[in-house]
Ligand binder design. Structure first.
Ligand code: NAP
Length: 544
């Protein structure tokens, strides 16, 4: 029986991932009454849902963890350089127990609607269990990649075998041993899952529409020496990450790929390839802004792929072409390309002849039917906006968020959207979010929101709301910065390109984690420039 939801709170938080957990902790510390509503049966957000084989973070575990508690970061021990999904979920649960978070959380409950009442300046939030809660602040900690994109192939329900989506993997696990398995998609999730599934399945067929650039992770067990090296300098390292470009310490080279000789460029790329992981993209400072520089890195990785895959036609299909490396989310793998050298693995190119339908037996393309016992949809997410616009969120004058964002998301700083007072988003569109170490960006947003609420409470103010002009300027800025890079040239989910009919807008803010933090801090220090703070208060928030 889920914990009952109080009928009235100061702050209602939607989602019990890393954002919702830390938000609850901060606001409780400030004396507010708060409650978290979560659709899953436990905490962990993305790491709760994405339990597919091989799921693993591609930010180093020493950097992908909360930094707000020195005790926590010193106590917790990661077993590998890149933590697996089960270990990250254990960490999330450890934090929840340690901070006693679950007593203010209701699980197995989905928020369906949130309506702003102009007279009381309060939100009425409704759930699929019929609960209604009144909240002064509504905080969407709903995640950027939380609405799975279920493919709508004709006949999808006629398939007699099992289907699975990587983002909704069964909690009891799936035994694919000895089965004929099809995987649709070759994004980050598939690239992690395929090598593991290939070891279990009798036959694995991968349907690829667009090949992806992937860098070997070089994951390894954590050593005591490496852990200690980090833990002895954690405060300094965390401080550096907060003002870095992506919230990850990548040892970036601050020079162009064009500024060095061919030999030196290759040497640097080889060095990055050998050390592994997304730090590859920090080999030069212009890989995502200069086509010629990017061409070198793209070709370098293409040659690596061609060198790993034995069958020349499969190798040619796997080598990405037509978009610059890094402009679709770079992938990180363990033996992904080598997996195609196995006798039981086959690649099918669906770029020109798409999957037409699912049948009783499997997948049909033209006259060919591929027969399977199980099909894995690794088809991604309605990223950044999908979860928010699926909730019936209504602000001033009954305007819905879905309607307001019809032509693409509009936010001020990715934190608030005009017309929706006291509704905050953690890592919303228009903030660095998915272009950064998510935990660094989550902590920055939670701290900013908590400080903002403290500011309102201490001044007995009713509400805060983004200004339309400030929002327009921010949306324009986000767009301008994006179009100075190569990112918009790729058909990526950053651009909404993976969802038919979704507006093509570059959604995250690419101006850099450090610069963005400075902007947010300056705006707060100036008394929340670009926001309207409503006074006088009807009632002091803390006194409710
Ligand atoms: P994704 O990157 O959006 O990949 C979806 C894949 O499905 C793409 O290859 C796409 O092809 C394909 N696809 C979709 N519809 C299709 C169709 N009708 N026919 C054939 N192929 C189809 O999704 P994802 O792999 O779940 O990853 C999403 C994001 O989650 C990542 O980019 C990353 O940010 C995050 N993630 C991170 C990690 C990590 O930390 N290691 C792991 C997993 C995911 P097209 O490219 O042609 O559209």
């Amino acid at each position: 029986m889920p914990t009952p939801i109080p009928s009235s709170v100061d702050a209602l938080i939607v989602g019990a991932g890393f954002g919702g957990m830390y938000m609850l902790h901060r606001l409780r510390q400030q004396g507010l009454t708060c409650h978290v509503v979560e659709a899953g049966t436990g905490v962990g957000g993305t790491w709760y849902w994405n339990r597919y084989p091989g799921a693993r973070c591609d930010v180093e575990s020493m950097q992908y963890s909360y930094s707000f508690s020195p005790e926590l970061e010193q106590d917790w021990q990661w077993s590998e350089l890149f933590a697996s999904q089960p270990e990250i979920l254990r960490y999330a649960n450890h934090v929840a127990v340690r901070l006693d978070l679950k007593r203010d959380m209701t699980f197995e409950t989905r928020v369906t609607a949130a309506t702003f009442d102009e007279a009381s300046h309060r939100w009425t939030v409704r759930t699929d269990t019929g609960a209604t809660v009144s909240a002064r602040f509504c905080i969407m900690a709903t995640g950027c990649l939380s609405t799975a994109r279920q493919p709508d192939f004709p006949g999808v329900d006629s398939f007699k075998g099992q289907t699975y989506h990587t983002g909704h993997w069964p909690h009891e696990g799936v035994d694919l041993t000895g089965l004929r398995v099809g995987v649709i998609g070759t994004g980050s999730s598939a690239i992690q899952a395929i090598p593991v599934i290939a070891q279990q399945a009798a036959q694995l067929t991968v349907f690829q529409r667009t090949p992806n650039f992937s860098i070997p992770s070089r994951n390894a067990p954590m050593t005591a020496a490496y852990e200690q090296k980090w833990k002895s300098v954690y405060p300094e390292q965390r401080a550096k990450a907060r003002i870095s470009r992506n919230g990850v310490l990548t040892n970036p080279n601050d020079f162009s790929a064009l500024s060095v000789s061919d030999e030196e460029r290759t040497r640097i790329l080889e060095e990055r390839w050998a050390s592994g992981g997304t730090v590859f993209m920090a080999a030069f400072n212009d890989l995502v802004t200069n086509q010629a520089s990017n061409d070198f890195a793209s070709e370098f990785v293409r040659q690596k792929i061609l060198g790993m895959v034995k069958d020349p036609s499969t190798a040619a299909l796997l080598a990405p072409k037509g978009y610059p490396i890094g402009t679709k989310r770079i992938c990180v793998d363990t033996d992904y390309f080598l997996t195609y050298n196995r006798d039981n693995v086959k690649l099918v190119d669906v770029s020109k002849a798409p999957i037409e339908a699912l049948t009783e037996n499997g997948v049909r393309i033209g006259d060919t039917e591929y027969e399977f016992d199980a099909i894995v949809f690794a088809t991604g997410f309605d990223a950044m906006t999908g979860t928010l616009t699926r909730i019936d969120i209504r602000g001033r004058d009954g305007e819905t968020l879905a309607n307001k964002w019809e032509a693409g998301p509009r936010t001020y700083l990715g934190l608030m959207t005009a017309g929706f007072p006291n509704l905050f988003m953690i890592t919303g569109p228009g903030s660095p979010s998915v272009l950064s170490n998510m935990i660094v960006s989550i902590e920055q947003h939670v701290d900013w929101i908590a400080d903002c609420i403290a500011h309102l409470v201490s001044r007995q103010l009713d509400s805060i709301e983004a200004d339309r002009d400030a929002e327009n300027n921010w949306v324009q800025h986000v767009n301008e910065v994006a179009f100075k890079t190569l990112y918009p040239s790729a058909n990526s989910w950053y651009m909404g390109a993976n969802i038919p009919g979704k507006p093509r807008v570059f959604m995250p803010y690419i101006g850099g984690v450090g610069n963005y933090r400075q902007t947010c801090d300056r705006i707060a220090a100036e008394g929340y420039t670009g926001f309207q703070l409503a006074a006088p208060a009807r009632e002091a928030v803390a006194a409710e």
